[in-house]
Design a protein around this ligand. Sequence first.
Ligand SMILES: C[S@@+](CC[C@H](N)C(=O)[O-])C[C@H]1O[C@@H](n2cnc3c(N)ncnc32)[C@H](O)[C@@H]1O
Length: 267
Amino acid sequence: MEKEILNMDEAAELFGVSIKTFIKLLREEDVPARKIGREWRFSRTALIDWLSKGSSKMYSSSEQDVRQFFEKIADKWEEISSGIYDHSIINKLIDSGLLNKDMTVLDYGSGDGFISRGIASHVGKIIAMDMSGSMLDELERKAKQQGIANILTVECEESEVPLRDGRVDMVCASMILHHIKYPEEIIQEFHRVLRPNGILFIADLLPHDDEEFRINMHDYHSGINPAELEHWLLDTGFGSIGIERLTDMGKEKKNIFVLTAIKAERV
Ligand SMILES: C[S@@+](CC[C@H](N)C(=O)[O-])C[C@H]1O[C@@H](n2cnc3c(N)ncnc32)[C@H](O)[C@@H]1O
């Protein structure tokens, strides 16, 4: 006969997920559970009941929201984003000395190519990937106007990185992690597509409490906590992590940090 009362390992196994994913679920959703002393206990029946009452719409509607938002405002994004951040993100990247003319860069969540177009003359080839076709249309239009010819645009599904393992020298993710429900999962994808010793560059909002801004911008998170991000990166196999708060942006802009990390070679 099947056990009715389950411990954490058994509950995770029932759902067919790792302990790590299950713990995340406990933190983020209303899973029926009791903590008795230091031990978690679950009712098999309650877990199955909880699972069967969920709805896929709950997830797809928020994805569609973000995509629809960017589809709609693609031609205005440059103006909108200029109120949030400025060229100092690109300057950090260029001044880092990490770019070279032989490298292939993946710009994930490229939008209209703020990063791609900003660094195009410093690198070999750029793959600009985004789930919004309209944002990529904007990128192509602006790149053409600027005479930039080394950017390849790729429309992807939400949080998917359709590239083979170890294909790029650098991944840039500017202002994208706060849109993604589980940023640690896309970080694993960035790690996968980077070659050993490849570089990850992230720029994002520091945690804030401007709820109106979060809702208007269709952000999933109110910024990204750099300490938590560092933890995910170390867990995934990145090292040499450097985090810096941008201080040279105008006062009216948001608080932004930039981060670089290196994909450690497996030993
Ligand atoms: C805030 S804009 C940033 C654009 C650009 N990287 C920049 O720094 O200006 C976020 C972009 O990421 C895309 N995006 C948001 N969530 C995504 C996801 N889960 N997968 C792929 N692209 C996503 C949006 O379509 C949008 O173009």
